[in-house]
Design a protein around this ligand. Structure first.
Ligand code: DQA
Length: 137
């Protein structure tokens, strides 16, 4: 089982960024916890602030990996291009969010990605990623 966690813009700032919303743990630390917990699968992590790099990564792994756990950050609410990339690959993608976007500003309530994803998990803090991984097991 080969899974990729793919994080989009500003998620490199986890731990420092709005900790009251996103918590105080860095993703690098959390990823180590995930790798220990899921040591029987191949778990990779990639983060980019650039829409094109996220699309390139989906193209690169999207015909061979078993799943992608994707937090596209703000691109969730804006990117037809990432939605098209998800439609164009065969690897299933689960959309995750740390915060409950439906409790927040109305511009966060719409996702271009949800209709082309296998499922959506949101609002459980970093545990949303655990649940995303679990969905593929
Ligand atoms: C987010 C929610 C998005 O609205 C926001 O732009 C993010 C993070 C989340 O994980 O809660 O960058 O995807």
């Amino acid at each position: 089982m080969k899974l990729l966690i793919l994080n989009g813009p500003n998620l490199n700032l986890l731990g420092k960024r709005e900790p009251e919303i996103y918590g105080s743990e860095t993703f690098e630390d959390y990823f180590e916890t995930l790798q220990k917990k899921y040591n029987n699968i191949s778990l990779e992590y990639f983060q980019s602030n650039s829409e094109g790099k996220i699309i390139d990564k989906l193209h690169q792994i999207g015909f061979t990996y078993d799943g992608v756990v994707l937090n596209a950050g703000a691109y969730t609410h804006t990117s037809v291009a990432i939605a098209d990339a998800i439609s164009g690959i065969t690897t299933p993608v689960v959309e995750v969010h740390i915060s409950n976007v439906h409790k927040r500003e109305s511009f966060r309530h719409h996702s271009y990605l949800s209709p082309v994803c296998k499922g959506v998990i949101l609002g459980f803090g970093l545990k949303s990623y655990n649940l995303g991984i679990e969905s593929f097991l």
